[in-house]
Write a new protein. Structure first.
Length: 576
């Protein structure tokens, strides 16, 4: 009787492990707020960093586009991405913090969708509630805090990865969280809309179609589940065909991605990617030696640089994915999704840079989900599992913060890159240019000279080298480099710079001849008139100088050099 009474008493007690819905929502809200606060701390250094590398060539830096109507911005490829830049520019102008914050916020929202996906799939995999909660949090936070994400999030030009990823994971979450096995027309249209936004942010998200098919095959009765969802797959096939045509058009117009890449052909790129895949997996598990610009040699044959071993390893991985589908379903599914999200950039379509960390953005959640398989099967207490996962995530967060410190300092970032890719010209060139931009021109000259030894001295290198020499006061060297650049490309820009240097040497007649040549080559190049105004001003011809500055401002009213020079000339005239 006593034993039975104890059982009744125990059954009557409230279940303290299951918090009421309101308390659970409060816990989730608190956890989300803490995760966002940590994310802001991790990316804090880069948030205060400058525009870097290709950031300086984005539409909002173009004076001719800054005040143009929205339709002019949307005329570029990736219109949804361009819309985000337009919004940033309208709200914050050229303040880098706002652009960085937008990317961090989009990354955080993408992580919320990753968490929703992971929680539902782990539930379907049959994990017990505590382990399911821990594993879902681990997947989302690994995606959120992994150092491989730094290039995508801290690099404003990398926003294409983050924004397209946000729409990609939102569409996948809507698909996974639907209430019925067969998707409704409403949900199908919503998924299609998000899919379109993803592809119009960056083309590689076309792989979402394969992810959805894999999700049905693994978690919705296989082929039967695919047939049930005809409402989605029928219009999705049409959308995918349109996306493929759009992507093909982008690739056909590009010389850095697609089959017009000169450095290698499609099968050489594939051989190279058989090795790159294993570098990505190593960086995912052991993120050391990260590099903004990898010096990754191309495998032109299967026997070069270990491409054959990489291909054999890939074949074994695919065999495991197929063979383990029933016994290790979560790991098999996660690895399969990771491969299909990497396929657009890491298979047969050549891209000028064989390796880039930002290409892992979509793959990381699926690899983290695959890790949930052994973690879920680990026979240990929930407390010990939570401690191990917390330690792992803490290490990742620290590594990401440390990586962001480099992204906050252009010179430090390129010094790190040049040290890790010592035989590659581009990092050394950008390091030289970073020194020049900060006024450390003698140091810049050393690195320009080093860059010239590592590769061809093209027009851009020669022009920037000449500017650094002029900045350091070496006018003869500056003229030598600028005239060499003019022999490669006869532009108004380089002749205007030659005229500017000649004027600083007091050679006014020669300077005016060069500036006249620049004006004849391109009458719309505004700096020609600024430099010519400076020559007239130095010769005491104030009225002629003022006329040149005004002409420059007629062409570009936002030109700061012309505006400042005109104000100074007018002030000097008033004092006479």
């Amino acid at each position: 009787m006593a034993k039975r009474a104890r059982k009744v008493e125990k059954a009557a007690r409230p279940d303290r492990s299951a918090a009421p819905p309101r308390s659970r929502r409060a816990i989730y809200a608190g956890a989300v707020a803490i995760a966002f606060w940590i994310l802001m701390e991790i990316y804090g250094p880069a948030l205060r960093g400058p525009f870097l590398f290709d950031d300086l060539y984005l539409p909002f830096t173009d004076p001719g586009l800054q005040e143009a109507p929205l339709r002019s911005w949307l005329g570029y490829i990736r219109p949804v991405l361009m819309l985000s830049y337009w919004l940033n520019y309208r709200m914050a102008g050229m303040e880098p913090y706002a652009y960085h914050f937008f990317s961090v916020l989009a990354h955080f929202l993408a992580a919320l969708f990753v968490w929703l996906i992971a929680r539902r799939l782990l539930e379907r995999a049959g994990l017990e509630p505590v382990r399911r909660t821990l594993s879902a949090a681990f997947v989302a936070l690994m995606f959120l805090w992994h150092p491989l994400q730094t290039e995508s999030v801290a690099y404003i030009a990398g926003r294409s990865e983050v924004l397209s990823g946000l729409f990609f994971f939102a569409a996948a979450a809507l698909f996974v969280l639907r209430g019925m096995p067969a998707i409704s027309w409403t949900a199908s249209m919503a998924v299609l809309a998000l899919y379109g936004a993803a592809v119009l942010s960056k083309e590689h998200t076309a792989s979402l179609v394969a992810v959805l098919l894999l999700t049905d095959l693994y978690w919705n009765s296989g082929r039967q589940g695919v047939r049930r969802n005809w409402r989605l797959y029928l219009p999705l096939a049409v959308a995918a065909a349109a996306a493929a045509r759009f992507v093909w058009g982008v690739l056909a117009a590009s010389d850095t991605a697609g089959f017009r890449v000169r450095e290698f052909n499609w099968y050489q790129y594939f051989f190279t990617q058989c090795r790159a895949l294993w570098l990505y997996l190593r960086l995912f598990l052991l993120p050391y030696g990260q590099n903004l610009d990898y010096d990754f040699p191309v495998s032109r044959t299967l026997l070069e640089h270990g491409a054959l071993w990489g291909l054999m390893g890939l074949a074994v991985l695919v065999i495991f994915i197929v063979a383990a589908r029933k016994r290790f379903r979560l790991a098999s599914y996660g690895l399969a999704c990771a491969l299909v999200t990497l396929a657009p950039t890491s298979s047969i379509v050549p891209i000028a840079d064989p390796v880039a960390e930002r290409r892992m953005y979509l793959a990381i959640p699926w690899l983290a989900l695959a890790l949930a398989e052994p973690l879920g099967r680990w026979r240990t207490s929930a407390v010990k599992l939570a401690a191990v996962l917390a330690l792992w995530l803490s290490v990742l967060a620290v590594l990401t913060w440390n990586r962001n410190r480099l992204w906050a300092d252009e010179i430090a970032l390129w010094q790190d890159t040049a040290a890790k890719s010592p035989r590659k010209q581009r990092p050394r060139f950008h390091l030289a240019y970073a020194f020049y931009q900060q006024g450390r021109c003698e140091e810049a000259l050393k690195h320009f000279q080093h860059a010239a030894r590592l590769g061809p001295t093209d027009y851009r290198l020669l022009v920037d080298w000449g500017l650094a020499a002029e900045c350091a006061g070496h006018f003869d060297q500056a003229l030598e480099k600028l005239r060499a650049a003019a022999r490669l490309e006869n532009t108004a820009h380089v002749h205007a710079l030659i005229g500017m240097v000649l004027a600083k040497q007091g050679r006014r007649e020669e300077a005016l001849k060069e500036l006249d040549l620049a004006a004849s080559l391109d009458p719309s190049f505004t700096m020609t008139y600024v430099y010519r105004g400076n020559v007239y001003l130095s010769a005491g011809s104030q009225e002629a100088a003022i006329a040149e500055y005004r002409r420059a401002l007629e062409l570009d009213p936002r030109n700061p050099a012309a505006r400042q020079a005109l104000e100074q000339a007018l002030a000097a005239r008033r004092k006479r």
